[in-house]
Ligand binder design. Structure first.
Ligand code: SIN
Ligand code: CO
Length: 377
């Protein structure tokens, strides 16, 4: 089990979305949760999102997965696997120590393998990222946040910048963590063959919230109503949009957001939608409710699929938003239902008496059949 050696609470108040920092020995006696061979295996898979990045002099070569590794140079290259927590249970465990952060902000665990000299060049991300150094050493430089960094056209897929003055310049060793908030330029290259693990958080953007809300409104046939003004007076200035008319139209739009329950439903569904492919394997043959009950009753464990997003609002704990869909349970199931979202595993000990609640067992069975929860072997 991975454990942070520092207080996340203190970290949040001092650094989160404020300034970058290096936490030496953020994990003690760190051991990679995955081997380079296993990681390469993932990068060779069709469904897994991966990239190969190599540098020769000033030339950058970028290839998107599925990757092959038969003709790779000795040095100066790396490959990256995105959302590795969706595909590798051991790697997913590296996310657990960060669970004091809201899961709705979490994006994915990215893993990179670099040969000496390998890296992606100086760039800026719009992510909060904890870069955990695994085996090997990597030198990282981080610069101050500024608006006017000049773009470098090394390769269109890399979105590099020309350079920056470093405020952090350190060599990371196994177990060290570099935290970089959005907007701070950074550049890391391996000094020796290196594995790094990036736990990434992504804050939603205004634009995408509004656009997703608009999609929801249309999909649910809400607000299919025209402007209506039976008291229209005659006017001399037919080209004018009168202030009262402007106000009415604006109020019409705003009124769409005045349905708290609808807004909550959309946001729950939106936030629980995964941006990365999930490794979904539905149960075959499907489970019966009685089998789910029996399984847990015997002390066995159900685990949530890596990367699956499951949320609730504390004031409506019986309504769950899982992988973009809304699930409603009888109100008395509320406090059990939240376990599904707060914990990665479900056991009899956690459920207590609620194990006897047929509606809860029926939901869990449905989720198991969808491949969202699975029995731990
Ligand atoms: C990398 O691990 O090479 C890239 C990480 C990053 O800076 O985004
Ligand atoms: Co970056």
């Amino acid at each position: 089990m991975y454990q942070l050696t520092f207080s996340l609470e203190e970290f949040l108040s001092e650094y989160w979305q404020k300034k970058p920092t290096v936490i030496k020995g953020g994990f003690q006696d760190f051991i990679d949760p995955i081997s380079p061979d296993e990681l390469a295996g993932l990068a060779m898979e069709e469904e897994v999102d991966s990239r190969y990045i190599a540098k020769q002099g000033n030339e950058w070569d970028v290839r998107h997965g599925p990757l092959t590794f038969d003709k790779v140079p000795e040095e100066n290259w790396s490959f990256i696997v995105q959302a590795a927590n969706h595909w590798h249970e051991g790697a997913a465990q590296l996310v657990s120590p960060f669970r004091q952060l809201p899961n709705w902000l979490f994006d994915d665990l990215m893993i990179s393998y670099s040969t000496p000299g390998g890296g992606v060049g100086p760039h800026i991300d719009q992510y909060d990222v904890f870069i955990i150094q695994g085996s090997g050493k990597r030198r990282w430089r981080v610069g101050p946040k500024k608006d006017d960094y000049e773009e470098e056209f090394g390769h269109p897929a890399l979105r590099q910048i020309k350079g920056f003055e470093a405020m952090i310049d350190e060599t990371l060793e196994p177990g060290d963590i570099l935290y970089v908030p959005p907007g701070f330029p950074h550049d890391g290259y391996a000094i020796e063959t290196s594995m790094s693990f990036s736990v990434g958080f992504r804050s939603p953007k205004k634009q995408e919230l509004l656009s997703s809300f608009a999609d929801f409104i249309i999909a649910n046939d809400v607000g299919d109503v025209h402007y209506h003004n039976p008291d229209l007076p005659a006017r001399s200035n037919s080209g004018a949009i009168l202030d009262a008319e402007y106000q009415d139209l604006q109020a019409m739009m705003r009124s769409l957001m005045d349905h708290p329950n609808m807004m909550k439903q959309w946001m729950g569904e939106h936030l629980s939608h995964s941006r990365h492919e999930l490794d979904i394997i539905s149960a075959e043959p499907p489970w019966q409710n009685s089998e789910t009950y029996q399984f847990l009753e015997e002390g066995e464990t159900m685990r949530r699929l890596g990367g699956l997003r499951a949320f609730y609002y504390p004031e409506q704990p019986h309504i769950l938003y899982i992988n973009g869909e809304r699930y409603e349970l009888p109100e008395e199931c509320g406090h059990t239902a939240t376990y599904l979202c707060d914990e990665e595993q479900v056991t009899r000990e956690q459920l207590g008496k609620q194990l006897d609640h047929p509606a809860f067992i029926a939901l869990l069975t449905q989720l198991v059949n969808l491949g969202y929860w699975y029995p731990v072997e």
